[in-house]
Write a protein that binds this ligand. Structure first.
Ligand code: SF4
Length: 353
């Protein structure tokens, strides 16, 4: 066994994080946990994981669920395409694999929402197959361990690091080795300044030996997120508020209040609403601003509240939702401040407990 692998596995035996998805050998649970962990902190995932599995304890239960229920269990976790893909993937496994995830990395990669990383994680952790699962943590650990100074945005550089990671995977404990690298990357070989003094790889690590640890890995410059401005209009008709279930790829299936691109005065918005939807709005109030940061976009929203006629009909594609029902819908975190305003209105009018 490679000396690095041996050291890491011994360290893992002493230091592995105790996590709920490590306690049960079940490919479905490994799949759910790995999807939730993408771009999300472990501490956040723990509660969501428990609640999600309580609602959908088996792959079959997930496949049979309504998408709206799946999204509701994901509410607040973000990156909702993960939930939709997981749901679609579960249906595909029911259709094509009789409800059992296949113990084959190539077949796993053909399932909706399962990419090379997730396939490697399921194959190694749940099925004991010698596959690497290379995420950002592993890229960092391996780049430092082997002193890879190439910019990982350059052609072939990432594949070279992936091949080095694959070379570390032993046949007898592949899942443990992948998880050891993930844990080391999260606890010791962290971004910025790693804690080389306590690292089990000290002495065999190129970056540490050359004093380059803090400079690696060399990553391509991330693009600054695009800033978008919106007026978010809370349009009330009595104790109902106007909403739309999004059909766009981003936030698909989630409920949002009307968003109008650009910033205008409340009076201008009221005019536009009247000409677009055919009924007047009055008592237009500006309630401040809200900001939400996505990976590639920043939304800066001016929040307006306004009153439409009580009996106003919702324009095409929109629905007037009773304020007391807001909690039963799935709203993205970007709508949090606006939802709070709407619920305060519901409480003030005695429509919501
Ligand atoms: S010795 Fe330092 S740089 Fe090398 S793997 Fe350990 S923590 Fe990372």
């Amino acid at each position: 066994m490679d000396v690095r692998t041996g050291r890491l596995l011994r360290w893992y035996d002493q230091n592995a994080r105790t996590l709920p998805w490590r306690e049960i050998q079940d490919p479905y649970r490994t799949w759910v946990s790995e999807i939730m962990l993408q771009q999300t902190r472990v501490e956040t995932v723990i509660g969501y994981y428990a609640r999600f599995l309580e609602a959908f304890p088996t792959l079959e239960a997930l496949a049979e669920a309504d998408e709206a229920d799946v999204l509701k269990r994901w509410e607040g976790l973000g990156y909702y395409s993960r939930a939709r893909n997981l749901h679609q993937g579960a249906k595909q496994v029911m259709r094509e694999w009789g409800g059992q995830l296949p113990a084959d990395p190539a077949a796993l990669r053909k399932i909706h929402g399962i990419g090379p990383y997730t396939a490697g994680a399921i194959a190694s952790i749940a099925f004991g197959l010698p596959e690497a699962a290379v995420d950002g943590n592993v890229i960092r650990v391996v780049s430092r361990l082997y002193g890879v100074t190439d910019n990982l945005g350059e052609k072939g550089a990432r594949s070279r690091v992936e091949a080095l990671a694959a070379g570390l995977i032993p046949v007898d404990r592949p899942g443990d080795m992948n998880q050891a690298m993930m844990d080391l990357g999260a606890m010791v070989c962290v971004p910025g300044t790693p804690d080389c003094e306590i690292c089990p790889l000290k002495g065999v690590c190129e970056a540490e030996r050359k004093g380059q640890a803090a400079d690696l890995p060399r990553l391509p410059k991330a693009k600054a997120p695009k800033e978008l401005q919106y007026d978010l209009c809370l349009v009330y008709a009595g104790n109902r508020v106007l909403m739309r279930r999004r059909t766009e790829k981003m936030l698909q299936g989630l409920w949002c209040f009307p968003l109008w691109p650009g910033w205008k005065t409340g009076a201008r918005r009221a005019e536009e609403i009247k000409s677009a939807w055919g009924w007047p709005v009055e008592a237009v109030r500006c309630e401040g601003e809200a900001k939400h940061v996505f990976t590639h976009q920043v939304w800066r929203m001016t929040l307006y509240e306004m009153d439409a006629p009580k009996e106003a009909e919702a324009p095409e594609g929109y629905t007037f939702i009773p304020l007391r029902d807001l909690d039963s819908l799935t709203l993205p975190t970007a709508m949090k401040a606006a939802k709070k305003l709407a619920q305060a209105r519901g409480k003030a009018s005695g429509d919501e407990e």
